[in-house]
Design a binder for this molecule. Sequence first.
Ligand code: ASP
Length: 291
Amino acid sequence: MAAAAVGTWAFSLPAVQKLRSLLKNGVGATDSLQEVIADIEDSEETGQYIIGRGGYPNKNGQVQCDAAIMEGFPGRFGAVAALHGIGTPIVVARKVMDKSIHSLLVGEGALAFAREEGFMEEENECMLSQQSAEAYREYLGKKTNYHGHDTLGLIALDIYGNITVGVSTSGAPFKYPGRVGDSPLPGCGLYADCQVGAAAATGEGDKIMCFCPCFHVVLLMKQGLSPNDACESVIKEIINRVGDEDMFELGIIAMNIKGETGAASSVQFTYCSWTQEKDCVEQLIRSPCQQ
Ligand code: ASP
């Protein structure tokens, strides 16, 4: 089978490039995704994209992360939310999927599970970068709301025909402690069906979670829509429901089981895509969807 990979935002380019090489070498979709996402989570530099180490902390100064992984095979899902002190939340999410009878662990419970699985808890200072610590000091000085947010969302299809989607984010900067976004919620921040394909979302999680957009995209692909058309149709339907004025930031990437990729967004949105057929990693830009 032909492999493929797709990722949210321009900063997913190196991740999609690495997925290309892992998938071409026969590494499975889930292992490939875990490796690539964990690398980015653990790097202070990419924290500026609101992911893992170096991501912006909550309003108490603590970095709390959400991460999830879902395989197309039914019932294979694991997630952590509001997890602190761990540099690679996606690896804990994978352990939840593989080793726990549960699917989603949050806060102190997620941390206790991570410790039991041999993860070393780190001091919060180690989870902050110079830049995020500085941004927090500024926030404390001005108490202004910061509007930036991001999620690394990736979908991988391996040469054996398995499809997996993974997401990771440190969530809304300076959020209320314990706040959980759309990312670790199945159907909202991610969804996968081995017979159809997968989708991942990014944007304003507090609003996104009210619409289950990733489940909806996969459902539309099941009904025969292409990944691009399915994403576009879901965004347009949400715009129709909430109205232009109240539409929030929402970008969705999708891939069907044939390895075709697509995306749509309510704002200008760059995503990265690789298909084995074309064998070139592309950065593609989608203009905002109109009603
Ligand atoms: N959806 C993420 C959250 O709300 C942030 C983002 O993707 O921009 O936690």
